[in-house]
Design a protein around this ligand. Sequence first.
Ligand SMILES: CC(C)(COP(=O)(O)OP(=O)(O)OC[C@H]1O[C@@H](n2cnc3c(N)ncnc32)[C@H](O)[C@@H]1OP(=O)(O)O)[C@@H](O)C(=O)NCCC(=O)NCCS
Length: 271
Amino acid sequence: MSQMEPIVTEHQTLRPLTAEDITPAYLEALNDPEVVRWTEARHQRWDEASAAAYITRSNEPGASVLLGIFLKDSGRHIGGIRLFNIHPVDRRAELSLMIFDKSQWSHGCATEALEAVVDHAFNAWGLHRLHADYYAENAASARLFAKAGFQIEGVYKDHFFIGGAHMDSIRVAKVKPRETALESARRAFIPSAGPSMTEWEVRRVSQAVQDGWYTNMRREIDEFERRMAAHAGRRYALALSSCTGAIHVALMSLGIGPGDEVSAPDLTWVA
Ligand SMILES: CC(C)(COP(=O)(O)OP(=O)(O)OC[C@H]1O[C@@H](n2cnc3c(N)ncnc32)[C@H](O)[C@@H]1OP(=O)(O)O)[C@@H](O)C(=O)NCCC(=O)NCCS
């Protein structure tokens, strides 16, 4: 995944973070108590070496990926989103994210990045389940995950010790939505179109039945053939009850018989 193509959204580019992306602004944010207040990054002071080691640890092929979130228009690095503990058999991963650039908070950046990564994880990487944990008082995370369709699965009582007191941790998860019956049918079958039957056809058929179709059936057929001939710019048109009948007549009119070769497509009856 560290060799992956960037994920491009409306306003962002997300790509694996590298040590070259470490800037003084990034380190300053990682050491800003307001930014890391409700993250595990709060437990240490960050410098270039520790940030580089974290980036290396977080980009372990097949197990973990740390995507930097960059604004498309300015190229500015504003945050990161990390998938880790990726399980190849169960096809699940844990997720964490941070918009470290405080000037970008509440602009929809986390929503845009999270939705894109969830979609990519399910549809490009083949993952089935994602889960995340957040500090119970982190209202922004609560709203963010709820908006992105994550469900609360449980509460870890007093999981964190912060500001002299314990705080709960909230576990949320999202499972790849199952296909609807219609979606799986669409994937399984070559689509075919049924005939178009409008009120008009229904009216004409019932009219023909009421008029005694068995005695004057030619009336409708003659009219149909006359109109078809005019439409096709031919002197005659012949109505038949099936495509099979039409092919027989066409072959006969061309003089095709035993021993002749006729090529036909392998997909027929599409309508
Ligand atoms: C949590 C965080 C990722 C949210 O990022 P963001 O880009 O500001 O989020 P968005 O702008 O996409 O907002 C998502 C929703 O949360 C709401 N929200 C944002 N900040 C909020 C706050 N402080 N309190 C309550 N709701 C908040 C938004 O209004 C929005 O909901 P809405 O669309 O119904 O209005 C960001 O604040 C952050 O990185 N904080 C520091 C690190 C952190 O806490 N990471 C999360 C670890 S789980």
